[in-house]
Design a binder for this molecule. Structure first.
Ligand code: XIL
Length: 360
């Protein structure tokens, strides 16, 4: 008598087809046929994984460093840069003819301790602008997240200007955002300059407020002629929590397009926390939520790229140990499982990509 768990597990593996046993299309080819770029975040240590690296090169047309361009990883001492890990990602991209996007030049998080104390001691704009120049002058990229998550996240008490408290806001006031974008444009006249954040995807009242705050931020930048080209929508979704609202998302994306900005989906993944134990139904719910999101995001001609926040569950943030022990859970947020087999999420993305209407 086969146990229910064994049957469900067998079902899961049957659903997660080996890449070689089904159509050999790649997500990048399906996306390119519909006029946009598919890519993924990757970390330099993952390139050493013989199962993963070829898959990444086959599926992605663009990479974004998961952590190697973050300031605490890059500028380990004032003015001292360890470029090795980031260089290896750019070398992998060049070898496989992938483009790169940058993440991120200015963030409230992942700053080295020396910067925090130095910034508190002297509010020297070069502590922001010279870093931006150093990175942009070394790395040619298609787009770059100049400022990441500058708005108070949904559900938190916000200032009148809705900005998130940060070392940058403390040091330079709200003007740090414009300063970063102007420094980036001066350092690289070609790269698309992106404001990147999360919180506009879901349908709760707190997300309504976040969408309004985002539009106010962007309108102020556009009014002051701050050089900005795109809004980065991270796309961290939840299969069993705060779900996306297609009507509200569609209207918001139209607002972004009406402002002449490009839309980039920069960190797509679908958290399956809170779901049932069996991975078959979790995988199905993850695929469905991604499809609901992509159907709307790709139905706006301003959307030029979709990147997942990693391509395989093998490299998703290590799950809480208690979940792994108690429930045997890994988070199943990405298109490939930890054994590098496609999941329903891959199929849902492939379908959403190929269903995108052509805009004339
Ligand atoms: C996360 C990484 O995935 C983690 O490994 C790291 O510990 C923290 O940063 N929004 C972002 C990303 O812009 O940089 C974050 O990435 C996830 C949320």
């Amino acid at each position: 008598m086969i146990s229910r768990r064994a049957m469900l597990t067998a079902g899961a593996s049957a659903l997660a087809f080996p890449a070689s046993a089904q159509d050999m299309r790649s997500l990048k080819a399906i996306a390119a046929a519909k006029g946009f770029v598919f890519g993924s975040a990757a970390a330099s240590y993952e390139l050493k994984d013989g199962d993963f690296a070829p898959l990444l090169a086959r599926e992605a047309a663009q990479l974004v460093p998961e952590y190697e361009m973050k300031r605490d990883a890059l500028e380990t001492k004032p003015g001292f840069y360890d470029f090795a890990a980031l260089d290896s990602l750019f070398a992998f991209a060049a070898k496989n003819r992938l483009s790169m996007r940058g993440h991120t030049l200015c963030w409230y998080y992942a700053n080295p301790p020396w910067l925090v104390s130095m910034l508190a001691a002297k509010r020297d704009e070069k502590l922001l602008t010279s870093h931006i120049q150093t990175v942009l002058r070394r790395y040619p990229m298609d787009s770059v997240d100049v400022v990441n998550e500058a708005l108070a996240p949904p559900g938190t008490a916000a200032r009148a200007d809705s900005l998130r408290p940060s070392l940058w806001l403390d040091a330079f006031g709200p003007g740090y955002i414009d300063m970063a974008f102007h420094a980036a444009r001066a350092a690289d006249p070609k790269v698309k300059l992106v404001y990147n954040d999360w919180g506009f995807e879901q349908g709760a009242a707190e997300n309504d407020r976040f969408r309004s705050a985002t539009l106010r931020l962007l309108d102020g930048m556009l009014k002051r002629k701050t050089p900005i080209d795109a809004l980065g929508i991270q796309g961290h979704l939840s299969a069993f929590g705060n779900r996306i609202d297609q009507r509200k998302l569609r209207a918001f994306l139209q607002e972004i397009r009406d402002r002449g900005l490009i839309i980039l989906i920069t960190e797509l993944d679908v958290d399956d926390t809170g779901g049932p134990h069996d991975s078959v139904s979790r995988d199905r719910a993850v695929a469905d939520e991604a499809r609901r999101f992509l159907d709307v995001a790709l139905d706006n001609p301003a959307t030029q790229a979709v990147l997942t926040w990693n391509l395989s569950d093998r490299y998703v943030d290590p799950p809480d140990e208690w979940k792994l022990k108690l429930l045997g859970w890994r988070l199943r947020k990405t298109p490939y499982n930890a054994q590098m087999r496609r999941k329903p999420l891959w199929n849902a993305m492939a379908q959403a990509f190929s269903d995108r209407r052509i805009f004339y």
